[in-house]
Design a protein around this ligand. Structure first.
Ligand SMILES: Cc1ncc(COP(=O)(O)O)c(C=O)c1O
Length: 462
């Protein structure tokens, strides 16, 4: 057996064993960051080191610092796990080491992205004929989409932002809900529009942008305008009224962007797609595959109805960068050399099929509902949100300190992991069910651990 064969075999055996033992592994990392730096650290050696030893040392040093997002009882942030077929495809992508820049640099990577993009658009109910880029995450997708938007609305105002920049350009109004995701703000900073350009549209108690307020705000100004809607509030899961927002944008001639990092996946489920009705009318969309599709990090996807504006904002040309006929994957993303993310997405979709994706969405939402029902039935426990999707906000004894202490204790207990947040001025425990691995038993065990932690701190649960 060659050394390489042996090395890859060991890594694969380790990965398989890691997966087989997920249920017994801690969901929170046992080691501190400083311990890990020490374990991995020391001076860079002068001499070479054997590959097999390198991998063994890496595993031994890093494993105590792993977060259990591959387990079924990790409910922090909006983290998906990674499905076996997608993980294996991602390894193969690494072994192939393809550069997904263009059809010339890797016809296979470009073809996988194109096919996966078509399947994704169909699943998410997006229109044909648009452009699609594979980026690092919804942050990258929002930035790319808003760059296309900036290009488009300024071109309509007679300004070429690609050539002339923003100095002297007609000001762009950017309207977004008060409960937009923070990545929108970062995108605006990166794009030179600045967060000062934001006009915040009020939202209801669930964080849904109010379409009537948007209509009023649009009527109160003129000039190039971009509206950032959201499918899936990161706390409540609420989806903005996309159809009404589309009406308002059409009437005002505004670019309509949808940040659907996870919520856009509701469209893939016959049970939940009523939430995203109207999303197909937008001009651009951002979503993630590393969240609800459960592909390994990292993978976000940007879709755009206007390939010309998208390409004008992103594409590059140089004499040495030979092109095949037609568009190149690099026309839709801000990077040049790039990981071939399409293989893992292709594998996830091929493995799940249309029904499997719908089932994944449904199961996560049903588990979220079960969390809300089981916890909400206890005295002193309040569910703060309408559980429309996979997000649940829980508050204990209607008290900030109690709620934060329950979160701390649950994290320390290690049965499950979830985070805390503040929802409209009140502390809350935040549960996001985004893993294909979560089972009813995981939910029951986690509810037990949460109630035990709550009983230890809360007067009414004692
Ligand atoms: C609505 C929304 N937009 C954007 C993001 C950022 O996604 P990413 O971390 O993949 O860039 C998130 C992350 O949770 C999100 O919920």
């Amino acid at each position: 057996m060659s050394d390489v064969h042996d090395l890859f075999r060991r890594a694969a055996d380790y990965a398989a064993q890691f997966h087989d033992t997920l249920d017994d592994r801690p969901v929170g990392p046992p080691a501190s960051f400083d311990d890990l730096v020490q374990a991995l650290g020391g001076p860079l050696a002068d001499e070479e080191h054997g590959d097999a030893d390198v991998i063994s040392e890496l595993i031994a040093a890093a494993e105590p610092g792993l977060v259990g997002s591959q387990t079924g009882r990790y409910f922090g942030f909006v983290f998906g796990s990674a499905m076996p077929a997608a993980v294996a495809a991602d390894w193969v992508a690494s072994a192939w080491d393809q550069n997904a820049f263009s059809v010339v640099t890797s016809p296979a990577a470009a073809a996988a992205e194109q096919v996966a993009a078509g399947w994704l658009a169909e699943l998410l109910g997006l229109p044909d004929g648009g452009s699609c880029g594979f980026v690092t995450g919804a942050q990258g997708a929002n930035t790319t989409a808003l760059a296309a938007a900036r290009q488009h609305v300024l071109a309509r105002a007679g300004w070429d932002v690609g050539r002339d920049g923003l100095h002297g350009a007609p000001p762009i109004r950017v309207l977004a809900g008060v409960e937009r995701h923070v990545t929108i703000d970062r995108s605006l900073r990166l794009l030179g529009l600045g967060t000062g350009a934001l006009e915040l549209v009020p939202a209801n108690g669930q964080g849904r942008m109010r379409a009537d307020a948007l209509r009023d705000a649009l009527a109160g100004g003129t000039g190039p305008v971009i509206v950032c809607a959201q499918a899936g509030n990161v706390n409540t899961g609420a989806v903005d009224p996309l159809n009404e927002i589309a009406d308002a944008c059409a009437a005002a001639g505004a670019w309509h962007h949808v940040d659907g990092a996870f919520g856009l996946w509701a469209s893939a489920s016959p049970r939940f797609r009523h939430l995203t009705v109207g999303c197909e009318r937008a001009d651009s969309w951002a979503t993630d595959a590393h969240k609800w599709l459960n592909v390994p990090y990292d993978c976000g996807i940007v879709f755009c109805r206007h390939p010309q504006s998208h390409g004008d904002a992103m594409a590059v040309a140089a004499s040495y960068l030979q092109r095949a006929d037609g568009r190149s994957p690099s026309d839709w993303v801000p990077e040049s050399s790039r990981r071939a993310r399409g293989f893992a997405v292709w594998a996830a979709l091929r493995s799940l099929g249309r029904n499997g994706v719908a089932d994944l969405v449904d199961r996560c939402c049903d588990h979220a509902r079960a969390f809300a029902d089981l916890l909400g039935a206890e005295p002193g426990v309040e569910i703060l949100n309408d559980v429309v999707l996979n997000q649940v906000l829980v508050r204990f004894d209607d008290d900030d300190e109690t709620t934060r202490e329950v979160v701390r204790r649950v994290q320390a207990d290690g049965t499950c992991w979830l985070g805390g947040t503040d929802w409209q001025g009140r502390a809350a425990m935040r549960i996001s069910v985004s893993s294909f691995r979560t089972t009813g038993t995981d939910v029951e065990r986690s509810v037990g651990a949460i109630l035990e932690a709550a009983a230890a701190v809360s007067g009414s649960l004692r």
